[in-house]
Structures are given as C-alpha cells and as structure tokens.
Design a binder for this molecule. Structure first.
Ligand code: SF4
Length: 762
C-alpha cells in the first residue's frame, strides 16, 4: 500500500473546525514562487525538495520535505507554508496539521539514518510582506515514531476497508447484468460504442436519439469497464440539473435488478446553495454550528457514509444531521471515497473543479460521462470568463477603513484613465453603452489592481468579513488569473454606460471566453477516456474544435430506432425575421389553429423570444378564443416549470408556448398523447450583434468556420432539440412544423436528423 505523507496527514491528522478564509489562499503559482524564495536563502548545503521514504505497519510512505539541512549532530527538516496576513491568525488546528506532516518526515528520517533526534522547522512565509516566521522544535525519534504509528493505524484500518471494498466492487461488477430482458433497438449499439471507447482509452462523442434508453445505455457499459480497465472513478456529469434525477433513477434500476448486491458507492454532489443549512452564516467554526468541530466528528460520519452504497443528497443530509456536521462539506469529503460521483459539469471542467483536482492529486484513472453534452461549450465559456465592474470599487471605498482608501482611490483613478484612454464619453448617453475591444490587455489597471489585491488580502486576513471588500478582492483575483492566460481564445471588452440617477459614466471590463478548447484540453488529457453524449452532437468537428478534444477522439451516431412513418415534418414558408414579424404573426397563429382543429391534442410552440411569445399568444386568443394556451414566463422556478409540464400530462387539448433554447427546449419527456405536435417558429439563430460578429471572426480565423459555427449550427441544434420533444417512444406519432422560409434551403435541410421523413412544404 503506497501512501503520500500529505495524504496520510490529511486523512488522520486533521482536527477542529472548518475555517472560513475571507481571503483566497495563495495560488499554486504563488506557493511555488514562495517556496523558491525561501529555499534560495538557505546555505549551499541545504537540499530542497528532499525525498523521504519508509514503511510503517505495512504502509509504504513517500513524500518530499521542502528542505533538509544536514548536520552531524542534529539534522534539520523544513516545511514551508505560504500565507498572507498575521501568523497568529493561522489556527492552532491548521498549524498542528502542518506540523504533522513535518513530524512524519522526521520519523522517516530518524528511521533511515538511525538518529536519536531531529530538528523540525515549520516556516510560514508571507507572500505579500516577504517575511518568514519560523517555528523550530526538536523531537526524539521515539516520540516521532509513536506519532507515525498512531496515524498509520487509523489510516491502515480505513484503507484495509477501502481495499476490501474495491475488491468486492470489482468482483461484483464483473457479474453485472443488464436490468432488462433485452436492449431496446439501437441501445446495444450505443452500449458497445461506450464500452469500446473506454476500453481503448479514447474520448467519444456519441450522438444518440432520445427514447432509446441512452442513460442506461451509457452507464451500464461504463460500469462494466470499471474492473476491466482498473478504473478508479466514474463521474456522471450533467449540464442541467434536470438530468440528475434520471441518472439516479437509472443507477437505482440497475442495482435493484441484480440478484446480488453490487457494492458500488454512489455519491450525488449538490451545489452549496442547495446543501447549506445555514445560508446566512460563514463556513467557520466560530459562526456555523455545523462547521464547529467538523474534523473531529468527520471520521465517524465518513465511516457511517462508507457503509452505505447510496449517498444521494438525502442520505448525505441524514448522516450529516446524525453527526452534526455540514452536509455540503461531508459530500465533498466523500467524493474522495465513492466509485460513481454524480455532479454538474463544473465539478470536472471548471477552473477550480473538485473532481479534476482530486483526479490529478491522486492520479486516479477516471472516466467522465457528460449528459446533454451539447451544452458544454456554452457552460465552459462561462467558467473561463470574468467580469470586473468599476462600481465594485465605489462600494468598497464606502465600506473600507482609512488604511485601504489610498489604494482603492488609486484604482479609481486608474479606471478613469482607462475610460478616458479608450472610450469617447460623449458617445455614452442614457440607455446607450459604448464599447472598446482590446487586442492586447490594457495596462491601466494592472498596478492599481495588484496593489488592491495585496492590501485587501492583508487586511481581510486579519479582520472579520466585509462583503464589499471581499467581492472586489475575489473579482480582482479571478480577473487577474484569467488575464495571465489571455489569448485569442477570449475577448477583452470595456463597456461604458451612464448611471441612471447621476448621469456619471461608469464602466466594466470583461474577459469573455470564446473558445474554451484551450482550457479544456488538459481535462480530456487527464481522463482515461471520456464520453460526451447528447441527441445533437453533429458535426463532431465543431465539438472537437471548441472543446479541445484530442485528435484520436471518436464520433459515433446511433441511428434512431424510430421510423419515419411515425412523423410528419412540414416546412412552412412564412418569414419569422424580426422586421416581418408584425405581418407574419397572424399567418403563424392561423397555421397553429388549422393544425389544432385538424387534430386536436397537446402541442408545443417554440418561438425566438418572450416578446414574440406574448404577441403570438394574444393573436391566438383573438383568432380562437376557445383555445387553451399556456405560456412560459421569464425566470420560472423549478416548481413552476414542473407545473407547466404537469399540465400536459393532465390535459389533451393544450397549446403551450415556450422560448426556443429555454427551460422547455430540451430535457422534457412528454410521450404518447401528452404531446402530438411541435411548431418551431424560428431558425433559432443567435442575434447578429458586435459580440457574435467577434465570435464569428475568431472562429473563422481559428477553424475557418465563422458563420457556420457561430450562427447556423447553434440555431439548428436548438431546433432539433425542441422538435425532439415529440417522438419519445416507438409508439409515438405526431407532426412537426418548421415555420420559416429558410428551412427549405438545402444546406439547412442537410442538418435535419437523417431518420426524419422528407419534409412537406406548405
Ligand atoms: S451549513 Fe452552510 S454555513 Fe454551515 S458550514 Fe455548511 S455550507 Fe457553511
């Protein structure tokens, strides 16, 4: 059993409470830099990154002390921790954890060199003040060895249990059977492709129609590969929370169908906003009762959780409640110990992704399986974008102490210079913005931002939470971090506007990612394999290009099990362009009414905007007052969305109006008579504006596919997703009407699903 010294201590030596840091910890780069600075000040005989190995209770330990100073009488080992602010504010528990690591190194050194004692120096290095605070102690070999044995005993017991769990898990998975008598049509093909891709360690883009049991078809073979490919973890990731329940249901179905128990630990990761039981408190032992003594009670809670196979959010909440600890952080801990982790795409693809960081740190062999993967590009763009509002500086000045005012005012001046240098403020009037796009990052804010980050970090590490200061600090750090990696994958845009009540000009600076590939490529590299699946992943080149998938990725289209006889597709040559809307709205309403009168039932109508939706609803009410319509509204809650869907289940004569690409554009299931027709009243093209044009240029320059990647593909992806709500099972039948004259153009027809019948033109 090989264990890193750091992992041993993280597991067995942590105690006390969760601590809230209202300043970000030094970044990895700052940490590396800080270590180098301290190490460079040591004598020539000092050996940095000193490797120590040894064994205890059958555990092979390995780790690198930050420094070793040989000495005939009493050598010295050193551990360096970077921080900012007063050392006195580093809690006793945290210091004890840092010292634990050093004590284990000390024990290994004593055993190797048969020393009676050793000096241990824990150095806190303040990255902003360039100041070292050393704590040196001398330890006897016996005291260190006793300590090592205590930690190893705890670790060994747990790891024996984990090793046994792994053996049982793998043995049981070798006998896993499909939960139904047979695969659905095309489901076997889909499963074979998943199995093959994981077995050959290739990323897979898998386009498969809804209704063939896609979720089961992906999860089942992936589980089969766990023992066969010696995989550590499967990550089941969704781009929308709506897909989460389906994954949980599928796993439950699989488990229940087996003749014997399958000991696979399954964990559901929930967002902090949903899991937190004290949203008004800080995650700190001094504030939240569930943070107090968290690490003292964690071992018992972890043990209780490990005996369960099923750790969905309810199970985690129950265990947390029983042990009086925070459910959110308990779930984070259990992510280390579960075989299948269900989460959001940001848990693996985001800048600070938990699952990605654990994968790297533990060198796990993992396979992320991404449902509704066509959303990943847009989600990833958000993950690698940052926004810096000038108003945050004003808010911070109001709430800042005198010691911070100079730095903040210098930042304010820098903002003014930035605006004056790049924006003609005469062109900024109420309800109008002016923008400037930078080829290279502007330099005006740099010095002042760095000063503010330095001063705020130092101040906040010693004072209680101040939301305005914290927001400014976190925004500034996030911005600077992405700014360091600025390239032609992103835009840097300065936007100026006038404040409504004062008329003063204010601005914001945004780093907007356009091509997430440059950030995501390493996520695909780190995984053993990866399966991205969706009903719309064509053309593969688009997803490979934008997501940075490796060249050896494969792409498979699973043909639909549905027959073209189930479907009638009509194209209706009515213009839906903005300037034609007023004239076309009554013709569109009439089309819907005609179809409804010919075949009464439930229909969904997708339009381009809420404004259009309201216009159409009014027209329908005028033209056919007896028609029951139901409209999507902006910012519907989950409960309201469920109500909307429920009405289709309980009615047989309903026309629902929704916005294309919105909450009802995908991920909803209305089989049989619940839905007999879909109208798509737009091509779904994104609006042509300055931003889209920039995107188009970048994609043209990088991939030679500007218009296609920016406009047409995105629009048609939404159209096909929406139309896909109609046929969910081989028994379903219905009609799709695509209303826009451009649907008849050959290059657009070429993007319609191959199994659809030839379109009829009206
Ligand atoms: S319950 Fe909420 S406030 Fe308390 S530690 Fe957990 S997440 Fe933080």
């Amino acid at each position: 059993m090989n264990v890193a010294v750091r992992a041993l201590c993280e597991f067995a030596a942590r105690q006390g409470s969760l601590e809230y840091n209202n300043t970000p910890s030094p970044t990895a780069e700052q940490g590396i830099q800080g270590h180098k600075i301290v190490q460079s000040r040591r004598p020539a005989t000092y050996q940095p990154e000193y490797l120590l190995e040894g064994s205890c209770l059958g555990i092979q330990l390995r780790g690198r002390a930050d420094g070793y100073q040989p000495d005939d009488e009493r050598p010295l080992l050193e551990e360096i921790k970077t921080h900012s602010g007063e050392v006195a504010r580093i809690s006793y528990d945290r210091q004890a954890l840092h010292l634990a690591q050093l004590k284990i190194y000390g024990a290994l050194l004593c055993a190797r060199d048969q020393l009676a004692e050793v000096s241990l120096r824990l150095v806190y290095y303040d990255i902003h003040q360039d100041q070292e605070t050393p704590f040196t102690t001398t330890w006897s070999c016996s005291a260190l060895t006793d300590y090592l044995i205590i930690l190893c005993r705890q670790y060994k017991n747990w790891h024996q249990q984990e090793r046994q769990h792994r053996q049982q898990r793998d043995a049981a998975l070798l006998t896993l059977t499909f939960p139904f008598n047979d695969f659905r049509p095309q489901q076997r093909n889909l499963s074979e492709n998943v199995y093959k891709a994981i077995s050959t360690a290739r990323p897979l883009l898998l386009e498969a129609p809804t209704g063939i049991g896609k979720t089961m078809g992906v999860i089942f073979p992936a589980l089969l590969t766990l023992p066969r490919q010696r995989l550590d973890r499967l990550f089941l990731l969704t781009a929308r929370t709506t897909g989460r329940q389906l994954i949980l249901d599928t796993l439950k179905q699989l488990q229940q169908a087996q003749s014997h128990s399958i000991p696979v630990r399954i964990l559901e990761l929930t967002a902090k906003e949903k899991a937190c039981l004290h949203p008004d408190l800080a995650c700190d032992g001094a504030a939240c009762p569930l943070a107090l003594g968290f690490f003292d009670r964690l071992p018992a809670a972890r043990q209780a959780a490990a005996t369960l196979q099923w750790l969905d959010s309810t199970a985690i909440k129950n265990i947390a409640q029983e042990h009086q600890i925070c459910p959110y952080y308990l779930a984070q801990e259990m992510a280390r110990w579960c075989d299948v982790v269900i989460g959001d795409v940001n848990h693996y693809f985001d800048q600070h992704a938990l699952l990605y960081n654990l994968t790297r740190a533990n060198e796990w062999r993992v396979v992320p399986l991404v449902d509704e993967a066509h959303n990943l590009i847009e989600r990833a763009r958000g993950m690698y974008s940052s926004y810096l509002p000038q108003t945050a500086v004003f808010a911070a000045i109001k709430q800042s102490p005198a010691s911070l005012k100079n730095g903040l005012k210098a930042l304010q001046r820098a903002w003014r210079t930035l605006i004056v240098n790049h924006i003609d403020t005469e062109q900024v009037w109420p309800n109008n913005t002016a923008q400037h796009q930078f080829e290279h990052l502007p330099k005006e804010l740099n010095g002042a931002l760095q000063r503010v980050i330095r001063e705020l970090s130092a101040y906040m590490s010693e004072h209680s939470l101040n939301l305005a200061l914290q927001e400014l600090l976190f925004n500034a750090i996030s911005f600077m971090k992405l700014a360091e990696q600025f390239g032609n994958h992103s835009l840097c845009i300065l936007t100026a506007y006038r404040l409504g009540n004062t008329g003063r000009v204010r601005a914001s600076l945004a780093l907007q990612n356009l091509i997430p590939a440059d950030f995501l490529a390493q996520r695909f590299e780190q995984a053993h394999a990866c399966v991205l699946f969706s009903a719309t992943l064509s053309p593969a080149r688009y997803y490979q290009d934008l997501l940075g998938m490796p060249e050896h990725s494969c792409w498979r289209i699973i043909s639909s099990p549905f027959s073209s006889a189930q479907l009638t597709v009509r194209t209706v040559a009515i213009s839906t362009r903005f300037n034609q809307r007023q004239r076309s709205i009554s013709a569109i309403a009439q089309r819907i009414i005609n179809q409804y009168q010919a075949a009464p039932g439930n229909y969904l109508v997708y339009v381009s905007s809420f404004a259009y939706l309201n216009q159409l609803q009014q027209q329908l009410a005028i033209d056919m007052p007896s028609l029951t319509t139901l409209s999507q509204t902006p910012a519907m809650t989950e409960a309201h969305r469920n109500e909307f869907i429920e009405q289709f289940r309980n009615s047989s004569s309903l026309v629902g109006l929704a916005v294309l690409g919105g909450a009802f554009g995908e991920g909803i299931d209305l089989p049989g008579e619940q839905l007999i027709g879909v109208f798509v009243v737009t091509l779904g093209l994104p609006p042509v504006n300055a931003f889209q044009q920039q995107l188009c240029q970048r994609l043209q320059a990088r991939f030679g596919q500007g218009d296609f990647y920016t406009y047409l593909l995105l629009g048609m992806c939404k159209v096909i997703q929406a139309a896909g709500r109609l046929i969910r099972t081989p028994e379903d039948t219905g009609v799709i009407e695509l209303i826009d004259e451009r649907f008849n153009q050959p290059h657009i027809q070429a993007l319609l699903p191959a199994w659809w019948p030839k379109t009829q033109t009206i």
